[in-house]
Ligand binder design. Structure first.
Ligand SMILES: [Ca+2]
Ligand SMILES: [Ca+2]
Length: 98
């Protein structure tokens, strides 16, 4: 497998692990996002370091406004981290992620 495929497989596994823990199995609710933030290594989700950041991030992530993060939204989150490196999210680009 290529690096990209491995990265994608890891994302899917991570998403599934937390998304299936409560409520809908194919979306992360706020509690599931929080658990993921706490348990996963910081490299995966560098955007959120404290609960306030997480709230903002969750709002920004939730493209379709259903208060849960589906896999597409989750991928946008991890991609935004990849592209920006140390930059602050509000500086990366003017338009929303979706
Ligand atoms: Ca869920
Ligand atoms: Ca959503």
């Amino acid at each position: 497998m290529s690096h990209l495929e491995i990265a994608m497989a890891t994302l899917i596994q991570t998403f599934d692990k937390y998304a299936s823990s409560e409520g809908k199995r194919n979306t992360l609710n706020k509690a599931e996002v929080k658990t993921m933030m706490e348990k996963e290594p910081p490299g995966l989700l560098k955007a959120a370091k404290n609960p306030d950041d997480m709230d903002k991030m969750l709002k920004g992530l939730d493209c379709n406004g259903d208060a849960e993060v589906d896999f597409k939204e989750f991928v946008l989150l991890t991609n935004s981290g990849e592209h920006t490196g140390a930059q602050r999210p509000e500086q990366q680009h003017k338009k929303p992620l979706c």
